[in-house]
Design a protein around this ligand. Structure first.
Ligand code: PEP
Ligand code: MG
Length: 319
């Protein structure tokens, strides 16, 4: 039985009505990527590179970074590996950067916005990623993108670094969708990006204006809020099949939210490594088209509690 479950975890996830979704893993290191591969992940949907930069006196060297990124790519043996550029800011500090304190750190300089003040740090990371030399499996993802021109400037920087290194084949470049403006502008972003990945943790925080760290708001800062779901749908509709759309926030690994994300039309779910088998199993039980037929009703509900209740009832009758 255990052997059969492990084998099933490595098989692709296809819904009852024949939709194939990639189930990838979120990791913080190459070591964790190895465990994700063993758990049956179809790839890495989010490697949070900031873990490499934490708890040290200075930024890791380009060579150290390259080694870690290369090890993650090797662990997945040709499957896609999405590495996110440094997502740091006043809300996640690095002592050696001495970023100025900001009154609203979550709304301040973080993620892609850091290029303006720390260009050498982020360009060095792009060089380390380019020097991995696996443009067919390595993908670069940029956090906290607000609009298409912002991703365009990152692409220009990537191309400049590649040219300096004499490289002609570049890894795919994608944007995280975690700012409401990016979800609403997904059409323009899909023209600029090779892929999109929805960061539901921050997208929920910014849509509902509820701090994701605030214990008093935790129960209400819920991805199932119809406003958040409408932004997810706007992202899928905006991309309109021109580039794949994934989800790498915690919602992707949630028993209720994951099937709903499949019904909303996303192509990939990236979850904690240990959740890969369960999410694949949940997708195999799902009739995504039947749930999609309920979306107009679910998205018209008033709040997350109402969506949760309606979804629970739908699963009780569908089973
Ligand atoms: C997110 O915001 O959903 C996300 C995946 O990024 P992080 O949790 O690292 O901010
Ligand atoms: Mg985020």
């Amino acid at each position: 039985r255990a052997a059969r479950d492990a084998a099933a975890a490595r098989e692709p996830a296809v819904t009852r009505d024949g939709r194939h979704l990639e189930v990838a893993a979120n990791v913080g290191s190459a070591e964790e990527a190895r465990r994700a591969a063993e758990a049956g992940a179809d790839g890495i949907g989010l490697m949070r590179s900031e873990f490499l930069f934490l708890e040290r006196e200075a930024a890791p060297s380009e060579a150290d970074q390259r080694r870690e990124y290369r090890a993650a790519v090797d662990a997945l043996a040709g499957k896609p590996v999405i590495i996110r550029t440094l997502d740091i800011g006043a809300d996640k500090q690095l002592p050696y950067l001495r970023l100025p304190q900001a009154p609203n750190p979550a709304l301040g300089v973080r993620g892609a916005r850091l290029w303006a003040s720390q260009p050498e740090l982020l360009d060095a990371q792009l060089r380390a990623l380019l020097r991995v030399g696996a443009p067919e499996s390595l993908r670069i993802m940029v956090p906290m993108i607000a609009d298409a021109p912002e991703l365009g400037t990152v692409r220009a920087r990537l191309e400049r670094q590649a040219e300096a290194l004499g490289l002609t084949r570049l890894p795919a470049l994608g944007a995280m969708i975690e700012v409401p403006s990016a979800a609403l502008g997904a059409g323009g972003l899909a023209a600029e990006a090779d892929f999109l990945s929805i960061g539901t943790n921050d997208l929920t925080q910014y849509t509902l204006a509820m701090d994701r760290e605030a214990p008093d708001l935790a129960a209400r800062a819920d991805v199932l809020h119809p406003a958040v779901l409408r932004l997810i749908r706007a992202t899928v509709d905006g991309a309109a099949g021109r580039c794949p759309v994934g989800v790498c926030g915690a919602a992707a690994g949630d028993d209720l939210a994951a099937p709903l994300l499949a019904a909303l039309g996303v192509d990939e779910l990236s979850v904690e490594p240990a959740r890969v088998p369960a999410i694949k199993a949940a997708l195999r039980r799902l009739d995504a088209g039947a749930l999609a037929d309920c979306l107009p009703r679910l998205l018209a509900l008033g709040d997350a509690d109402a969506v949760r209740a309606a979804l629970t009832a739908w699963f009780a009758t569908d089973a």
